[in-house]
Design a protein around this ligand. Structure first.
Ligand SMILES: [Fe+2]
Ligand SMILES: [Fe+2]
Length: 274
């Protein structure tokens, strides 16, 4: 079970100061060797997972600044500035991984363009339509509480808290149990640690917002309703049909239960019933 940290932004910022890491200090040499000999379905599933992470981190790095501008207190502005740095750092780690393990060195944009070719339309629905729309709305109206709730629900609760945590759980469990790609697992684990702080902020903010104005629960629910079908599709590997499949040592049902179980626990803390 993933622990949920409900700290205020100042405490989360202090944690950030104590938990710095560099995406350039992780040893990727063993991964580069393993990648060359990795075969068959393993390689294509891991390749798909890496493509998903590359595109996701580019999107959430460049579609975040509107939230920094929509801060409430100076402590919240401070924390949000650190999250923006974290997301850029994550994008840099995946780009370096593409440079040194998967492909030839290229710009981030070239890696993202190549990775996009592997992804399903559900990915575009979440990252190019819904996230972009929520970010544009918040950027245009930074003091609109409903716009901020819709954005944090999309970004922190759905993308980071549901899609991201679920992907991390099953991808690292599989790679660790098979002793594969240790540099990737190390970097992804650091990223996951940062993500816990981000999700903690999102749950904190939504609980405060819904606590102050209970009618905002309706905005959380409608945002979830618009996104969850695409999240289920985005967690389905290519070439899998329907709802009954296996990937990376997990069944579709196990993955679905993990994703929905975590989301339900967070909604309960926030004070929103589905
Ligand atoms: Fe991230
Ligand atoms: Fe994040």
């Amino acid at each position: 079970m993933t622990e949920i940290h409900l700290h205020d932004p100042q405490t989360l910022y202090r944690h950030w100061e104590d938990e710095q890491w560099s995406p350039f200090r992780i040893d990727l040499a063993p991964d580069a060797e393993q990648w060359q000999v990795m075969g068959g379905e393993d390689r294509s599933l891991v390749h798909w997972a890496l493509a998903s992470l590359m595109v996701a981190e580019e999107r959430i790095t460049t579609k975040f600044s509107g939230l920094v501008g929509a801060y409430g207190t100076e402590e919240e502005a401070t924390f949000l500035a650190t999250q923006q740095v974290d997301e850029a750092r994550h994008m840099q780690f995946y780009a370096r991984y593409q440079d040194e393990v998967v492909a030839d060195p290229a710009t981030v944009a070239e890696h993202v363009a190549r990775a996009r070719q592997q992804l399903s339309p559900a990915f575009a629905t979440i990252f190019d339509e819904q996230l972009v729309k929520a970010h544009e709305r918040l950027t245009a109206e930074p003091s609109n509480r409903r716009a901020k709730v819709a954005f944090v629900t999309t970004y922190h609760l759905v993308i980071e808290g549901t899609l991201g945590l679920t992907a991390f759980n099953f991808i690292t469990r599989y790679l660790e149990s098979s002793g594969q790609l240790p540099g990737f697992v190390e970097g992804y684990t650091r990223i996951h640690h940062d993500e816990q702080r981000h999700i903690g902020y999102g749950v904190w903010f939504l609980r405060e917002a819904v606590g102050d104005e209970p009618e905002l629960a309706g905005d959380v629910r409608s945002t979830l309703g618009a996104l969850l079908p695409a999240v289920a599709d985005a967690l389905t590997p290519p070439d899998r049909d329907g709802t009954d499949w296996d990937a990376l040592g997990a069944s579709a049902e196990e993955i679905r239960e993990f994703a929905l179980g975590g989301l339900t626990r967070r909604l309960k803390i926030i004070g929103v019933e589905l």
